[in-house]
Design a protein around this ligand. Structure first.
Ligand SMILES: CC(C)(COP(=O)(O)OP(=O)(O)OC[C@H]1O[C@@H](n2cnc3c(N)ncnc32)[C@H](O)[C@@H]1OP(=O)(O)O)[C@@H](O)C(=O)NCCC(=O)NCCS
Length: 154
């Protein structure tokens, strides 16, 4: 008996230019202020670590990280709502941190909106600690929103 392909867990693989139409759809479904196509293109062009989750019938999430001079920056962590709460967000962050370790990165950084309690909780449960704030960092509905800067040693 052959294994049913749709029972396989979503796999992470490198993002390609051809993925961007799907990536943008997920991005728009997940964020009120999504990244543009141009931002994703630039991330691919400059060689950031860009990964997608391949689901049974299309992409279901993505992660983007920059890494240089001993530090990595988790820039985008996103799992489509239909696939949330299955451990995929945690696996994506852990995967990117493993990629960073292979590059001899010693510190991981990220920003999270003050209103994004769920993501904040996920990151602190993965060993990130608050190291500062960026005021008015993100666009928001009634003006700008502050970002909490989180960091951890690898
Ligand atoms: C944040 C995000 C990536 C988490 O993805 P996810 O796949 O749901 O995360 P996980 O399933 O790995 O869950 C991580 C933890 O959060 C908890 N959690 C997830 N969704 C939750 C919810 N709606 N309510 C309460 N807890 C929740 C889980 O219990 C889990 O804890 P556990 O591993 O101890 O069980 C996802 O919600 C998302 O893409 N959100 C929109 C984009 C976003 O805000 N990205 C982060 C920007 S900084």
């Amino acid at each position: 008996m052959s294994a049913a392909p749709n029972l396989l867990p979503p796999q992470l693989r490198r993002m390609r230019e051809a993925d961007l139409a799907q990536v943008i759809k997920i991005e728009h479904a997940c964020y009120e202020f999504p990244w543009t196509l141009g931002i994703f293109r630039d991330c691919l062009r400059v060689g950031y670590d860009c990964y997608v989750y391949q689901g049974p019938s299309g992409l279901i999430g993505h992660g983007v990280m920059s890494a240089a001079a001993g530090e990595c920056h988790l820039l985008n962590i996103c799992v489509h709502a239909d696939w949330q709460r299955r451990g995929l967000g945690r696996r994506l962050v852990e995967f990117l941190l493993d990629v960073a370790r292979t590059r001899k990165i010693h510190t991981a950084l990220l920003e999270v909106r003050v209103s994004n309690a769920l993501a904040h909780w996920l990151y602190t449960s993965l060993g990130f600690n608050e190291v500062g704030m960026r005021h008015h960092y993100y666009p928001g509905r009634g003006g700008r929103e502050d970002a909490i800067i989180l960091a951890r040693e690898l």
